[in-house]
Design a protein around this ligand. Structure first.
Ligand SMILES: *Cc1c(COP(=O)(O)O)cnc(C)c1O
Length: 363
């Protein structure tokens, strides 16, 4: 098999998705599966749907188009505000989009009229994390405007926390979102069908609350794909953290001193942290670099340590072992490394329904 490669275990993704769907169902919360870290890989989207995810969300219209071409049939939501330049494609391929700018919704309305479709609009509300969102005080005025636009269906409201400033979802900000839904219904006599509470960082709140209020959807990417809660990057109980693994090949392995010699300036990617001298170590180079992964987001096998990475080389202290030239080393990835590995044209993606690897899920 070609290297470097990202091995994707669909059975583990299915398990993670189904576990979260089952845990959230009693709260009346449905799961919108977020596929952007997997570039909308249709095999993954199909697995999410078979695990009980009701809708698919992605931040890029290109990924949604890819899933549509693969004949996936479900409701697709574009979870990043549409670029106005892509409005036509958004209306043609996504049933719903997240919005915060009236010019964009006006353009979506015009395109929807031309295409003879209705486009669903979910309005994102700013609740403190200071990324996308309409300020709560301006929400009623915004709703009033979009209700007048032809071929636009108001579908609900949502918020996104924990991404820009790490603001934690909690009972207070989730109650604020619920109240906004109630007051829009009272003011306009309409139904706020979807109240989309947030991303994987909301799970800590959702799985400990007894009252989800009006929140009836969460958009989950990282929790399903990597089994982790992004607020603390802790593994979520009962989920696999190794549905994705990255395999790279050893191209050099030699005993070398721990300490560099010569006058020291900056390395290719900035200052290097000084190392304590441990004499000779076994140092391996893998054919993998920053173009393919985020080296800070890789977890080396037990006993090995990542010493650094440049564009095309990943340098490892291999500890007591000396891997053979041409042998393979396997890593776990965090979200950042996964994004890069999915995007690199040099990394082959291998989708498997099962594999020989031992399960790391506690029984
Ligand atoms: C990426 C994204 C998500 C999913 O985030 P995860 O932390 O991967 O669950 C949800 N909502 C929006 C708006 C996003 O951009």
């Amino acid at each position: 098999m070609s290297v470097p490669r990202l091995e994707i275990r669909l059975d583990r993704i299915h398990h993670n998705a189904k576990t979260l769907v089952d845990r959230l169902a009693p709260l009346g919360i449905g799961v919108i599966g977020v596929t952007k870290a997997a570039l909308g890989l249709p095999e993954i989207a199909r697995e999410l749907l078979s695990a009980g995810v009701t809708r698919i969300g992605d931040a890029r219209i290109e990924n949604i188009e890819r899933m549509k071409r693969a004949r996936l049939s479900c409701e697709f939501t574009l979870i990043r505000s549409p670029m106005i330049s892509q409005a036509e494609r958004v209306v043609a391929n996504a049933e719903v989009s997240h919005n915060t700018e009236i010019e964009v919704v006006e353009r979506l309305s015009a395109c929807a009229q031309t295409q003879g479709r209705t486009h669903g609009v979910l309005l994102m509300v700013e609740l403190g994390d200071l990324r996308e969102g309409i300020l709560p005080a301006q929400l009623p005025g915004f709703v009033d405007q979009i209700l007048r636009l032809p071929n636009i269906a108001f579908r609900g409201i949502g918020t996104n926390l924990a991404c820009q400033n790490g603001v934690s979802p909690d009972q207070e900000n989730m109650n604020a979102l619920s109240s906004l839904a109630d007051s829009l219904e009272a003011t306009f006599g309409l139904e706020v069908e979807t109240v989309s509470g947030g991303n994987s960082a909301n799970l800590g709140w959702a799985l400990s609350t007894t009252d989800a209020g009006r929140v009836n959807a969460l958009r989950l990417g990282e929790a399903i794909l990597l089994g982790r809660d992004p607020l603390h990057r802790k593994a979520i109980d009962g989920l696999y953290t190794d549905a994705f693994t990255l395999v790279a090949e050893v191209i050099e392995c030699k005993r070398k001193p721990t300490k560099p010699w010569g006058e020291l300036g900056q390395a290719a990617f900035g200052p290097v942290k000084a190392r304590t001298d441990c004499g000779l170590i076994s140092q391996a180079i893998l054919a993998l670099g920053r173009q393919d992964i985020d080296p800070d987001g890789l977890e080396a096998p037990d006993g090995m340590e990542i010493l650094g990475a440049s564009s095309d080389h990943l340098v490892l202290d291999t500890g007591p072992t000396s891997p053979a030239i041409g042998s393979e080393v396997m890593f776990l990835l965090n979200y950042s490394a996964l994004l890069r590995a999915m995007t690199s044209p040099f990394v082959t993606r291998v989708v498997a329904t099962q594999g020989e690897r031992e399960s790391q899920l506690p029984a």
